[in-house]
Write a protein that binds this ligand. Sequence first.
Ligand code: ADP
Length: 889
Amino acid sequence: MINNNIQTTIKAINDTFNTLSGLSCDDLRIKFNSIRSRVSEGEANIDDVLVDVFAIVKETMRRFTLGCIKVKATQKDITLAKCYDFVFSDTEGNALYQHRWNVLGEKFIWNMVPYDEQLQGGIEIHNGRILQMATGEGKTLVAVAPVVLDAMNGKGVHLMTVNEYLSKRDFEITRPIYSFLGFSVGCIEGKAIHSSRRKEAYNCDITFGTTSGFVFDYLHDNTAKKASQCVQNKFGVAIIDEADSVMIDEANTPHILSGDIHTYINNNENPYKKYMSLVKQMTEIDTLELYKTDTLRKNVSLTEQGKKWLANACGCATLFDNNLYTERIKLIDANNSLTENQKIGMIAAERNQRLAQLKMQDVLYRLLTAFTVYEKDVDYIVSGNSIVIVDPNTGRLKPSYRWEYGLHEAIMAKEHLSPDMEIENIIGSITVRNYLSLYKKISGMTGTAITTTNDWLDVYGLEVAVIPTHKPVIRKDNPLRVFATSKQALVAMLKEVIKLHKERRPILIGTNTIKQSEHITEFLNSKGLKPQLLNAKTLSQEAYIIAMAGNLDSITVATNVAGRGTDIKPADEALNVGGLAVIGLGIADSQRIDKQFMGRTGRQGNPGSSQFFVSCEDKIIGFLSGDDKNELERLASHADLESGEIIDNRIINLFLLAQRNKEEEDRNDRMETIKRDNIIAPIRLRLYGARMQLLRQTSKSTVIGNDLFGFWNDPVFISSYESHKKDFEEKAMPMVERALLNSASVDVCAPLPFIINGKIFNVICNFRNAVATQGSSIGDDFERQILLSTIDEIWFGFLNGINNPLIQKTEYETKYKKIFILAQERLKQTLLSATLPVNENIKNNNVTNDFYSNSLLCNSTCDKIGIEDPCPCGSGMPYWKCHGRLNSL
Ligand code: ADP
């Protein structure tokens, strides 16, 4: 049901739309431009012009269906005509907008005028709601009118979706409409961070991209060293397609930007390779209870016996004896027959041994995890010389993601690939939830929102609007069929496939893993059927496979990848025999994913059917409580002797309960991640805000210093710092002048080598400004860069410090304060002591910008620090994992 208010608005849109057909195309644009100017000049707000704008968009779309649209060419049209195939310019000064153009290399014909339900969807997007619109109802089209409306404000509209294929497709489909109305449209693609193409895309009125692309650009921008590297500039409106996937499924994995990497010089140095076969051997012994695994939650733990076995196998009996080190140190300390120097030497030796052991434990644990709970072609695939993560929800690959803290390296070693590097630390992290909170308005679209209404409200404060389908749904969704064993479920499913195939219906078979999809394909091939296989490995042929999937006699075996995205269009003959039959082997981790999959058929009022086959051996059963599992087993004992089928509604309900339990568990994880990130958010905003101000120099460094650090206000500090600053500015001037005089080619900006704690820190200074300001800009440049370094030091330190599941949320504040105070002290000392060298002070050419990692750890500090204490560099990591790290074992 459409509510009255919206119904009135839709009627008004249609009434206005009917008045527009008499306008020439030029007049249509003139009318639109005049509304746009009223909005941009603040004479009208977008709510006032919604009806007119939606009507103009609808009329524009109608004209695109008719053939070529001729208008007087503007400069923008002429520029577009030089680059794209959807508009041409003629010799008489006209622009000819086409009715067909290329989308992802294929011919595309515009044939869409929005239905009332689509207008309703557009209005709800404008209202900032999450739309539930069934698959196939045309969400791509729905977004256009609200995007146009918001783009008039000039504050940027970002359209996000799950993968580059979909974002690029929707970008290319709708670009001509936006362009006709005078908007610039861009799409962020690929991985070229800080690139000018990316910046251009962000400068457009409307920007398409994947959510991850947007989030990572934000994190990258906030590690930029120069303002010119930043690509994002406005956070106006975000509209998220496949919103449940992006905003719900992804919500429990924050986006993490990794920093330094440790590169292995040669393979012998690589501990994962070194211990791989030993751990493999351990997993092959099944007579001893060496470890416990929880495959559902991907956890593994060593038993006492397992620790002994590993310690023995590594030839290091004390490997897991974590108290021994402290005891030994105590003994050495208490031994009066030793001299101080002897003690220092012995303690250092003990420390090194302990460091090696801790690292070894870490490596062994990761390898064991890799071998026992991560499976090839389920959790990841091997592609060339690397492993690529498979997203469990979408079935798609995540090539730019790595598992953290050695797990990725361990899996590479398991697959006999050579990990040549290890990610060392985190330099940025944010959840989608908190990234989206940067926008003034957000809304989303998905086929399945209503089952997670609470999440939308609790996590995002968004309401769900359910949009009716344009035509009634006549798809037949059959009840779950349950079998005792997975083999029996498979056999029954295959029988059903053969039966449907005889009826010539197109069939889409859904599986939960790549492995299973390959297995079924092989089997069908062996029966003389010719299935197409669509999974993360065959995605390059996605468009072709999907295009064929609706034909008579076609069989497509797929993973979750087929659950979203491109439309499967059933051929007319296929509709006559009952339409596409969707068959699922096993149910997914959430009802939403199953519903998405079912929605592949019966679109737009077409016939179709869905049927899922499950077995009591399915993984999802692991999410039932003990009592429910017993009940399941009891019911399973009544299975049909021949087929293994259990026909009983109670068992169906247990499967649905297991799925709900899993959803609940995921929801709790999500809330936990979000709660954690909510504590971090104000810190991130504060530091990022200050950082951006420094980069863009929108405020003087002293003002930002004042805002962040208490001491900067202190008059005693100010007076000594001011005189110190004068001093180094004076020292710098002759250098600057000499450089400018001696070399005509000195860049305007060049490094001045400051000495901080005996090390060189290059401050990039504007030499010409320095001359113009008689040196005072040097102090400004110095302050700005030292502050930037300090902010990064605090932020990275904090992120790494809390990157440990054992650290409670309540400890975050204390951790932050500790790191902050340390960094503040160092900053104060730096500001008062940094100086410029007279030439002979530079002892070597080891000029470095790496202020925090090189300048802070002098040997004397290292000697004092316990190996399990926080590293004095402020990273927050234990010393042994950070600067105390041994390069080899
Ligand atoms: P969704 O994202 O909701 O699954 P799509 O945007 O992929 O749907 O559209 C599904 C199909 O419906 C597309 O082939 C599109 O061309 C068609 N379609 C959508 N809206 C209209 C319309 N108003 N008129 C004609 N065809 C439409």
